[in-house]
Design a protein around this ligand. Structure first.
Ligand code: GLA
Length: 662
């Protein structure tokens, strides 16, 4: 098998082999074996070419400590293989069997109040528990030895949605060791954490705890380090299992599935440790911005993958974890699946194949719902499977390129999301969505990037908000602008250093100079529903009392305490936006700056609710509206889905999609 991934490792192309992977989590241990045969028949009918097995099978594989029951999985692997379906095989380590909690209570995590997370749900494992890690390594070893060279195996899937925290005693020990590695000495830790305030000075490592329930605000840098540490501990668990499966199957790529825009893992760091980057994505079908939400996560995942990526899970219909769980109207599953493909996915998979009749997720849709093969959900899945098979060879492996990068970073999120800040209303995902939406609605394709990445390939870099920035990142942004790039920065950026220490002047001096800000006097956060009147628009969420130096003021605050002060200013190609403009205004501002930077929309004159994305030389056009539209597409194309030729103009019905090849 050829190595198609990054750094000579196997990659997604080794699993897809020119097809779009289509399928999903298959949990057949819920069903009698006759049903498996019916399942496989329906899978073939639906064009399913990939199933993910074993995600929650630990109790079935190891019913008692050390006992192995692989017979059922042997039969299942053979069955799907005989039917030409590949297997993404999961290590079952996200849901330990009940015997583990009973025999080894040390494997159970504790929350910040000291409460135990008991078995009976799932993901009740402590990342720090040596016992848990020992059992996890042992079952992974045996699974990998048995199936590592099985012909059905296309990919390894480690654990599932790593998302646990632990404030318990064993975790306190690993936290101390992590801190010793980071700081070396207690003096360095005391300095970084600013423990001189509130009598927090540590004289012995044993005094240090995870940030447990406290009378009043926890030390912010302790909380920040706890988040860094948690991400690192989970990554250690992942890497331990990954290294085991790699030993047994060196040619098989390895992944673990991210949750979308999830705060618990530094996904930039994690992505580097994976052969395939995969994500689970569940936009709300009722959310008017569901498509944009999807696009944001898809752009972020593609950027982390540095190429094609895997949509590991989505829902064919409703989920069961919102307050009200809406089904997908006819056509929406197809539309959102093809949107993921447009934005770089080479795999379109679901949770789960057959809807459960029992257990916690029996009201969560499956590819085959309670209505069975007659149901609309399955019928639409089947249609989609046929279409993905039709376009797979021409789509897979192609890359999309963007001229704009949006910067996002986890340390900034962790430090900025704590209590004791100027405003609890400022929520990074909300701000990020607002800025990404402005670009999405301007039909400009965006990558995401880490602030320390090389940004020189982008015409425009957008920083919705990065409260914490390292010196390296700040120097990089300054160099980017000096090198000819255009930068737009939102409020509350560059405030803190790596230890969450406020930079002198309230905002880093290099950035103030870059934007031409002489003094940042005060932040004036806004209440929910409150607006700051500015020339040409209204600001929300935040405003600032800024004194410009050699900046050019683009727009001023009008009325109130900030009357006449700059709201948006620029110094040459470096823009600073001190509030969150309302959506239309933010879109107009960014579209203007992008045009000045030479960034073009994918297509001119696109109707609202129509998305256009280029993937290689293919042009995807997607109608997110319920009304039919006519779209101008200058040139002559072949529509890979409809098979028809298209010249200059395209008709798309409700939720219609065209994939145009030159
Ligand atoms: C996550 C999990 C799945 C399932 C779905 C439900 O993505 O990985 O096991 O619980 O959520 O939406």
């Amino acid at each position: 098998m050829s190595a198609t991934g990054v750094d000579g490792r196997p990659g997604l192309a080794d699993a897809t082999r020119g097809r779009i992977l289509f399928g999903g989590d298959y949990n057949p241990e819920q069903w009698p074996e006759e049903t498996w045969h019916e399942d496989v028949r329906l899978m073939r009918e639906a064009g399913v070419n990939s199933v993910t097995l074993g995600v929650f099978s630990w109790a079935k594989l190891e019913p008692r400590p050390g006992v192995r029951e692989f017979g059922w999985l042997d039969r299942l692997m053979e069955l799907v293989h005989e039917n030409g379906i590949g297997v993404v095989l999961a290590t079952p380590t996200s849901s330990p069997p009940p015997w583990m909690g009973r025999l080894h209570p040390d494997t159970l995590p504790r929350d910040e109040d000291g409460r135990t997370e008991w078995w009976g749900g799932r993901q009740h494992f402590s990342h720090s528990s040596a016992t848990y890690r020992r059992y996890a390594a042992a079952i992974t070893e045996d699974l990998a030895a048995r199936y590592g060279s099985h012909p059905a195996l296309t990919m390894w899937h480690i654990n599932n949605e790593y998302c646990t925290y632990d404030w318990g005693d064993e975790a306190a020990g690993t936290f101390r060791r992590w801190l010793q590695d980071r700081y070396g000495t207690l003096d360095a830790l005391n300095t970084a954490w600013g423990t001189a305030f509130w009598s927090q000075g540590y004289g012995d490592w044993q005094e240090i705890l995870p940030p447990r329930h406290a009378h009043y605000l926890n030390n912010p840098t302790q909380v920040l380090d706890f988040k860094r540490y948690t991400s690192d501990m989970l990554l250690e668990c992942y890497a331990a299992e990954r290294d085991i499966v790699r030993r047994h199957s060196p040619g098989i790529p390895v992944t673990t599935n991210f949750m979308p825009l999830w705060a618990g893992q530094d996904a930039w760091t994690w992505a580097r440790q994976e052969d395939v980057v995969s994500v689970d994505l569940y936009p709300d079908p009722r959310d008017p911005f569901g498509a944009q939400d999807g696009a944001l996560v898809q752009d972020l995942t593609r950027s982390q993958a540095r190429g094609p990526w895997m949509l590991m899970e989505q829902a064919a219909g409703p989920v069961n974890w919102r307050g009200v769980n809406h089904p997908k109207p006819r056509g929406l599953n197809r539309l959102w699946s093809l949107q993921a493909v447009a934005r770089g996915a080479d795999a379109v998979c679901y949770f789960q194949w057959r809807q459960s009749r029992q257990g916690a997720e029996k009201f969560h849709s499956g590819m085959v719902g309670h209505a069975g093969k007659q149901g609309r959900t399955y019928q639409e899945v089947r249609q989609l499977g046929a279409e993905l098979a039709r376009i797979g060879a021409e789509v897979t492996g192609r890359r999309s390129s963007a001229e704009v990068a949006v910067l996002h970073e986890w340390n900034a999120w962790w430090a900025g999301a704590q209590d004791g800040r100027p405003s609890r209303e400022v929520d990074l995902p909300r701000v990020l969505r607002a800025w990404h939406r402005a670009l999405w609605e301007s039909h400009v394709t965006t990558d995401f990037a880490h602030p320390e990445h090389d940004l020189s390939g982008y015409r425009l870099v957008v920083v919705p908000q990065l409260y914490l920035l390292t010196d390296t990142a700040i120097d990089g942004l300054v160099a980017y602008v000096r090198g000819g790039g255009t930068l737009v920065c939102g409020f509350l950026t560059g405030i803190a250093d790596e230890d969450d220490r406020v930079r002198p002047g309230g905002m880093d001096a290099r950035l103030r100079e870059l934007f031409g800000i002489r003094v940042l006097h005060e932040w004036w956060p806004l209440d929910p529903g409150e607006h700051a009147e500015c020339e040409g628009f209204r600001g929300t969420l935040w405003s600032e009392e800024i004194e410009a130096g050699d900046a050019e003021t683009h727009s001023r605050y009008k009325g109130g305490e900030l009357d006449g002060l700059p709201a948006v200013l620029r110094r040459e190609r470096a823009w600073y936006v001190s509030t969150l403009p309302e959506p239309d205004a933010l879109r107009a501002l960014l579209a203007g700056v992008a045009a000045e930077a030479g960034v073009r929309p994918v297509l001119d004159g696109l109707p609202a609710r129509v998305e256009a994305v280029r993937r290689g030389d293919l042009l995807f056009v997607l109608n997110h509206g319920r009304e039919p539209v006519t779209v101008a597409v200058p040139g002559t194309y072949r529509d890979l889905l409809g098979g028809r030729p298209v010249t200059d103009s395209l008709e798309l019905g409700r939720y219609g999609v065209a994939v145009l090849a030159p």
